[in-house]
Design a protein around this ligand. Structure first.
Ligand code: UD1
Length: 368
């Protein structure tokens, strides 16, 4: 739709459903914001920019022609969130992404994970009651299964001991939500257990751009391919898997974002009695070495790597049985792993082009 026409429509649609997205400038949050806007929702973002960047808003605007409302708030700050929600009445649902999320880092620094992830969850649930916000979509993770005995895992697979403080915060948050929603019949929720989200929007205007050295595999791969990092460390090649490296279910981030729209519509349509859980994955497992090979094949770019010791907190192998989401949410993944890896690479190149042209502009200004 042409930009001006889109803005006109946006300005005069008064009956759009208002959705609050916490962590909406983060990786999965920003892709979900784009899908929400394109599905006709009004989006409000709160984000404390701890692992994101204000420029993400420009990327969202480039794709959708709409600049969503944004406030820099830490959602574990009850008072600030209370004030913010008093100014923004009529929110239909919260999609809660804002959280710390690195497995290895959480083993080294557990307390910020507990304070932030659990503190914000409790604050939001209390505020949902005060401000009469009826629906919640929670960004959970397959990490809640711990190391499951049988693959693939479905939603009835027993929850084992969490392997990391990060995993534990997701388990605890799921329990807190379940208790809060069971006790209050006006609140409804969906827990989405993501497997491993990777890739970027096909426009390359938004993608995964962690602050500092990347903790996750694909951002590290693309930065190594781009020459920003010297070598990728493969954490452990002595696991009980065919090539000795860990196995994950890598899911395209836009596919993942679209599952949030399906979940949200199910909540708003009143189809959820209290709380529902869905696995979001492809159903395929890929090892770290296979992923590096696929990246090299898809992009034609080499990724220098070396074997390194295991990373504390890692699960050996996990992949999803996504049938419940396929059936009930009428959702499934569409984008191939190769195209997903290519989208991550395109995003990296776009980011570098942008930085280089900013540098050129700066040099030009300082010379003139
Ligand atoms: C975990 C969760 C995932 C969540 C993510 C958030 C599991 C199974 N998955 O992902 O749902 O979205 O946290 O961060 O718990 N690796 C290397 N070298 C690196 C980086 C990673 O070899 O430099 C390896 C890891 O050891 C792991 C795999 O790559 O085997 C994936 O790691 P990562 O991308 O960090 O995601 P998970 O920790 O699996």
């Amino acid at each position: 739709m042409a930009g001006r026409f889109r803005k006109f429509i946006d300005k005069f649609s008064f009956n759009k459903e208002k959705i609050l997205v916490t962590g909406g400038l983060g990786y999965i949050g920003s892709h979900t914001v784009v899908e929400l806007i394109q599905s006709g929702f009004e989006v409000i973002i709160v984000d404390n920019l701890s692992n994101s960047n204000i420029d993400v808003i420009k990327g969202i605007e480039k794709i959708t022609d709409i600049k969503p409302k944004f406030e820099n708030i830490d959602c574990s700050d009850y008072v600030a969130m209370d004030k913010f929600l008093s100014k923004n009445e009529g929110i239909q649902a919260i999609i809660h992404f804002a959280a710390l999320k690195a497995v290895g880092d959480s083993v080294k620094r557990p307390l910020p994970y507990y304070r932030n992830n659990i503190g914000s969850m409790i604050a939001l649930l209390e505020l949902m009651q005060t401000h009469k916000i009826p629906n919640l979509v929670f960004s959970s993770s397959c990490t809640v299964y711990g190391q499951a005995d049988k693959m693939p895992v479905n939603e009835n697979t027993p929850i084992k001991l969490a392997q990391s403080p990060y995993g534990n915060t997701k388990q605890i948050c799921e329990e807190i939500i379940t208790d809060a929603l069971t006790a209050n019949s006006t609140l409804k929720g969906i827990l989405l257990r993501y497997f491993n989200p990777i890739g970027a929007h096909p426009s390359a205007y938004i993608g995964e751009n962690p602050n500092g050295v990347p903790e996750n595999l694909v951002p590290y791969i693309v930065q190594t391919a781009a020459g920003i990092r010297e070598k990728l460390s493969v954490f452990g090649n002595d696991y009980n898997t065919p090539d000795g490296t860990c196995i994950r279910d890598y899911i395209n981030v836009v596919d993942l974002a679209q599952a949030h729209i399906a979940a949200l519509k199910r909540l708003i349509d009143g189809k959820v009695e209290s709380i529902e859980v869905f696995n979001l994955g492809t159903g395929e497992g890929t090892s770290v070495l296979e992923l590096i090979n696929k990246f090299e094949q898809a992009t034609g770019v080499k990724v220098p790597y070396e074997m390194a010791p295991r990373r504390a907190g890692d699960i050996e192998a996990i992949w999803a049985d996504p049938q419940r989401a396929n059936k009930i949410l009428k959702w499934k993944t569409e984008v191939s792993l190769e195209d997903t890896l290519l989208s991550a690479w395109n995003w990296q190149r776009y980011t570098m082009d942008k930085e280089n042209s900013a540098k050129r502009h700066f040099n030009f200004l300082s010379m003139s």
